[in-house]
Design a protein around this ligand. Structure first.
Ligand code: COA
Ligand code: MG
Length: 318
């Protein structure tokens, strides 16, 4: 895990259709890492102007207390609607990030970056510390083949999202429960983000959201995505957020193990030992690196790591 990945938390990114005042108001009371107010596919063409106005008004009111990051998903640069979206939403004071759909090549992000520098120069000068962050949706074969260039296209790029439905459409794939057909694309995205030190990799939408069965499917998808290197999940319904945020935070056992490795390693190191064992398994430099990253992420997720350190302070290297 990179240092940047350890400092940005987007375990759940919840889409809220901006055309719906009811959904906008509902979002105000939610607890979620990132909300993305949508102007793209959940809003019909006829509703786009009203949705822009809704979102501009909403983001001009006091910040919702328990949403860490407020973002807007604009329309794709290729749609011809992006400039109107940006002109409208960039006036809102409480905007932290933009989600850019259908990023197919570097020029899509160059366009948005140029608009940001022109429209909000004070936030996008060389010395500014609070620029808007960009999160790019990867939704096509062309995007996958251009990942390297896309990742280098903007200094404000802060993450990649995999959009399974549009990707399946592009490649004429049928989504199956195993998600095996997306393995190459998901791995390519997680690998490219890591290679360019982008902190967020946000996985495909789970379309089931109702009842225990739906949430079980969601949890399994989250764990599979985590195993592929993703650190967050797109959500479409408030019921999905808690499951995703739990799955993408380190689990209790994971943090305990990591803390035991960190403490054991401090003692092994003091005793001049680079490799040692814990529960019969070898611990060496990369394992210790992973354990330290887990402790750091646990802290970011609000887990009381000091209490866990206290519990395991007598851990010795075997
Ligand atoms: N954001 C904010 N609030 C939402 C929400 C969302 N995405 N989805 C549902 N809610 C709210 C509803 O307003 C309702 O609250 P209320 O009764 O206090 O008004 C509550 O959550 C329960 O909603 P529910 O009745 O279960 O859902 P629904 O049938 O109204 O809507 C969907 C279901 C799937 C249509 C809706 O969740 C949705 O539009 N999701 C986003 C889809 C989207 O953005 N797609 C594009 C990105 S992939
Ligand atoms: Mg899409």
């Amino acid at each position: 895990m990179s240092s940047k990945a350890a400092s940005v938390l987007r375990r759940a990114l919840l889409y809220v259709p901006s055309s719906s005042p009811r959904f906008l108001e509902k979002s105000r009371g939610l607890t979620v890492d990132t909300v993305s107010y949508d102007l793209e596919d959940s809003v019909t063409p006829a509703q786009k102007p009203a949705a822009r106005k809704n979102i501009q008004d909403f983001l001009s009111q006091p910040r919702p207390p328990h949403i860490n990051e407020l973002s807007v998903r604009i329309n794709a640069v290729s749609s011809g609607l992006a400039l109107d979206d940006l002109t409208s939403v960039l006036q809102a004071p409480n905007l932290d990030a933009l989600v850019i759909p259908k990023v197919n090549r570097a020029s899509d992000l160059h366009f948005v970056t140029d608009v940001l520098r022109h429209a909000l120069p004070e936030r996008h000068s060389a010395s500014s510390t609070n620029p808007l962050k960009l999160i790019a949706l990867i939704e096509s074969a062309e995007a996958i083949t251009n990942l390297n260039e896309i990742c280098k296209a903007s200094p404000y790029l802060s993450g990649l999202i995999f959009a399974a439905e549009d990707f399946a459409l592009d490649l004429s794939l049928t989504r199956t429960p195993s998600l095996m057909e997306f393995l190459y694309a998901r791995s390519a995205i997680a690998t490219a983000a890591r290679a360019h030190d982008l902190p967020s990799t946000i996985d495909l939408v789970c379309t089931s959201f109702r009842g225990p069965e739906g949430l079980k499917t969601l949890e399994q998808e989250c764990l599979q995505g985590k195993g592929l290197g993703f650190n967050g999940k797109q959500c479409i319904h408030p019921s999905q957020v808690e499951v995703a945020q739990r799955a993408f935070a380190p689990g209790e056992k994971e943090v305990e193990w990591a803390m035991r490795v960190v403490i054991g390693d401090e003692k092994a190191d003091a005793g001049g030992r680079g490799a040692w064992t814990l529960d019969g398994k070898m611990i060496d430099v990369p394992v210790v690196g992973k354990a330290k990253a887990t402790v750091q992420r646990a802290q970011l997720c609000g887990i009381d790591v000091d209490a866990i350190r206290e519990k395991w302070k007598h851990q010795e290297p075997e």
